[in-house]
Structures are given as structure tokens and as C-alpha cells.
Write a protein that binds this ligand. Structure first.
Ligand code: NZQ
Ligand code: ZN
Length: 388
């Protein structure tokens, strides 16, 4: 097992009506001037916006708003948010929404403490050395951004979607009320769940195989997703399934599952190329690339892990073999289709038009991707072509 440091400082308030802790938490942090960041329309439709604003007013908290943050959040929103923070001496950034809102808020919080252009953080020109405190109210189970250090930002001008990571960007507290996900559409519920599953696959398929405990935890989170996603799709206000998916989202990517492991992340880096070029839902892109990646990397020496998953997720109780591993990937494809996810790029109108540019980006920024199997730009191209 690889050495590791585990540090998860985010206070999590999980359960019904946890918005009740907001005022007190802001007081504890001495945050009297807040920037509220949210997306297009969901926050207002579900009534959460009004509740937050009434708390601000009741407690006499000065606030500014940045609304309209879109999926695959843009560096433009980050620049705008940072400007508001600087002009208004903002003391805390409160993100209320899904992963894109949370990621944008993290980048804003760092940019508020920096005089240069925030894109510098994503291209590695500058390291984040401080940030405003960030708090979140999660409304969609997917990214794990509610308790991790990452944020993924898109630069529409350069056609790049790049992550940033900093301990300074970990939320100080997150409010996780599964009821706030009741209104998530069946498509976004499925996409969010595939995202959770993909995070776990990225950690499960590792270059070392001696972190037994982490693998068993991974299997538990994956099994939870398979068990509950259909109920959440069928009945949006099913508390049990929403609650289990929300907790799966959080522990799916807060470093717990990767303890002791050399993780992969090739599927995500390939998907980020797609969503940099196209208006593509992250989880939908992952559904397609996960299957193509699995079929590409599976070989006669590594089939055991695929078979273990077949047994855990779909009760495929046969002797492990290369053929059984292939059948597991087919079964996973069937599952993705059952929950309404695409499994081919043609279904989301993506052609090979930008494949060369995407592979060039990967070559320039990362060189190779993945550790379960190291992939060169040519391998990435084949995975993309096989997904058409
Ligand atoms: O804009 P609004 O109106 O809020 O609508 C959003 C948006 O259209 C809607 N939505 C959110 N909560 C809702 C709701 N609709 C109804 N009811 C609610 N309660 O959902 C849509 C999608 O939102 P988005 O933020 O894009 O979804 P998600 O949480 O899947 O976030 C995806 C982004 O996170 C990044 C992805 O790359 C992508 O940019 N990721 C961030 C990670 C991290 N920080 O660790 C890791 C992930 O792998 C991922 O890369
Ligand atoms: Zn993801």
C-alpha cells in the first residue's frame, strides 16, 4: 500500500433541512460579507434561493450575487466573481448549486486573493497560496466538489478544460440536504451517478493492487449507485435513494477511496477534452468514454478486477476469465443504457472533427494519461475513434 496523507477538513451537515445551520456557521467564521454563487434557474425554482436570502437579511449579512454559472463553468465567470469579491471586500464565497457552481466558486475564492489572471492557476503558471473561505449548499449528487480540493474550469477561447487543486479551495463547510436534489431531472440524475461511478473506477483501477481496504470501499460505493439510481430516476423525491446517492457523491471523491492507491484518471482527462469542445454533460461523456476505455485497456493479465466488479455489481457469479470481463463491460453498457445514458459519441452528435486537436492538447499538457495502463496520444485517439 502506498503511503498517504488524508486530510478532510470540510464540516459536513447531512440531512433534512440542514440549511438551519447556515446562519450559525457564517457567524462562527465571522463572515459578514458574502458572495452567493448559483446557476441558471434551479435554485430559485426549488425555493432555496429565497431561504438563503431571507437568512442573509435576517442576520444582517451583506451579500452580492453571481448568477448564471453554466455547466462546464467558464473562466469568464471566475473573472467576474473575483472582481465582485475584490470590489466589495467579500469575506466568504457561498456556492449553492451543482458541481459547476461549486467549482466556479472555488476558482473565484482563489482569484479574489490574486492580482493576476485566474487562468494562471489552471495552466500551472501560478500556485494557489491563499483563498477566501468557501462554503457550499449542494443541489446535485455527482462531483464530490463539496468536500474536495479540485475545480475544473473551461476556457472557451483556448478550448481547454483544465483542473486546479489546492488545499485552500476545500470548502470549510457543506450543507448536504438530499431533499435539495428532488428536482434533479432523470437525465441529470443518471449523468451525476455515472460521474460518481467514474470517480470510483478511476481510483479502483489502479497501478498497484495491495490496497485491499480501498478496493472494498470502492465496491461499496459503486454498488450503492447501481442499487439506487433507478429509484431516484423513477421517483425524484425518494429520500432514501437521494440520500444514498448524495453520500456516495461525497465519499466518491474526497480522497478516502484513493488512500494507498496509484489512481488512473485517464477517462476523466479524455472526457474533459470532449466537454472543452462540445456542450456535453460531463456524466454523459463519461458514460461513453468509460466503456471505450475499459474495452481498450482490458487484457489477459488484468481481467480479475473487471470480473470482481461483475460479481459485486451485477451478481455475475462465474469463474473469473478474460471473456467474463468482456461480458461485465457489456453488462455495464446495458446498465448505462437502462438509465438513459449515451454509450456512443454519435448519440451526442460528436464526430472525429477535433480528435487531432484533443490529442495534441493531451500531448502538450500531460504527455501521457492514466496509470492502470499508461496511454499515449495515439492510444487516446483510438479510444475516441472506438467511441464513435
Ligand atoms: O444552472 P441550474 O439552473 O442550476 O441547472 C443545473 C445545470 O443545468 C442543474 N441542476 C443543479 N441542481 C439542480 C439542477 N436542476 C434541478 N434541480 C436541482 N436541484 O443541473 C445542471 C448541471 O449542473 P452541473 O453543475 O454542470 O452538474 P455537475 O454537478 O455534474 O457538475 C459538472 C461539472 O463538475 C466538473 C465537471 O467537469 C463539470 O464541469 N467536475 C468537478 C470535479 C471536482 N470539483 O472534483 C470532479 C468531476 O470529475 C468533474 O470533472
Ligand atoms: Zn467527474
Amino acid at each position: 500500500m502506498k503511503d498517504f496523507k488524508f486530510h478532510s477538513p470540510t464540516k459536513l451537515f447531512f440531512g433534512k433541512d440542514q440549511i438551519k445551520v447556515l446562519a450559525n456557521q457564517l457567524k462562527t467564521l465571522n463572515a459578514r460579507r458574502v458572495l452567493l454563487v448559483y446557476g441558471k434557474s434551479s435554485l430559485k425554482k426549488m425555493g432555496l434561493y429565497d431561504r438563503i436570502i431571507s437568512i442573509f437579511k435576517e442576520k444582517d449579512i451583506f451579500f452580492k450575487e453571481l448568477s448564471g454559472v453554466k455547466p462546464n463553468p467558464s473562466i469568464e465567470s471566475v473573472r467576474e466573481g473575483a472582481k465582485i469579491c475584490k470590489e466589495n471586500n467579500i469575506e466568504l464565497v457561498l456556492a449553492a448549486g451543482a458541481g459547476s457552481v461549486l467549482d466556479c466558486s472555488k476558482a473565484i475564492a482563489a482569484a479574489a486573493k490574486y492580482e493576476g489572471d485566474p487562468w494562471d492557476f489552471n495552466i500551472g503558471k501560478k500556485r494557489i497560496t491563499s483563498a477566501l473561505p468557501i462554503a457550499t449548499i449542494l443541489t446535485l449528487s455527482a462531483t464530490g466538489s463539496e468536500s474536495n480540493a479540485g475545480a475544473v474550469i473551461t476556457n472557451e477561447e483556448t478550448k481547454q478544460k483544465l483542473p486546479l487543486h489546492s488545499e485552500h479551495c476545500k470548502p470549510v463547510f457543506s450543507i448536504l440536504d438530499p431533499q435539495n436534489t428532488f428536482s434533479v431531472s432523470p437525465y441529470q440524475t443518471a449523468a451525476g451517478t455515472v460521474d460518481i461511478m467514474s470517480h470510483v473506477f478511476e481510483q479502483y483501477f489502479s497501478a498497484n493492487d495491495d490496497a485491499y481496504i480501498s478496493d472494498r470501499l470502492c465496491e461499496g460505493v459503486l454498488k450503492t449507485c447501481v442499487n439506487y439510481v433507478k429509484d431516484a430516476i423513477k421517483k425524484g423525491d425518494d429520500y432514501e435513494s437521494r440520500a444514498n446517492l448524495m453520500w456516495a457523491s461525497t465519499i466518491g471523491l474526497n480522497n478516502l477511496l484513493s488512500c494507498g492507491k496509484i489512481t488512473d484518471w485517464a477517462t476523466h482527462l479524455i472526457e474533459h477534452e470532449l466537454s472543452a469542445y462540445y456542450d456535453l454533460t460531463h456524466g454523459a461523456g463519461l458514460s461513453i468514454i468509460t466503456l471505450s476505455w475499459m474495452r481498450y485497456v482490458l487484457d489477459k493479465d488484468n481481467y480479475q478486477k473487471f470480473c470482481d466488479l461483475g460479481k459485486t455489481l451485477f451478481d455475475m457469479d462465474e469463474q473469473a476469465s478474460y471473456d467474463k470481463a468482456k461480458r461485465f463491460i457489456d453488462r455495464l453498457e446495458k446498465f448505462f443504457l437502462e438509465i438513459g445514458m449515451p454509450v456512443k459519441l454519435s448519440e451526442v452528435n460528436i464526430t472525429d472533427e477535433y480528435f487531432d486537436d484533443m490529442c495534441e492538447n493531451i500531448k502538450m499538457v500531460f504527455g501521457t494519461v492514466g496509470n492502470f495502463r499508461k496511454l499515449y496520444p495515439d492510444d487516446v485517439r483510438r479510444i475516441l475513434v472506438n467511441s464513435l
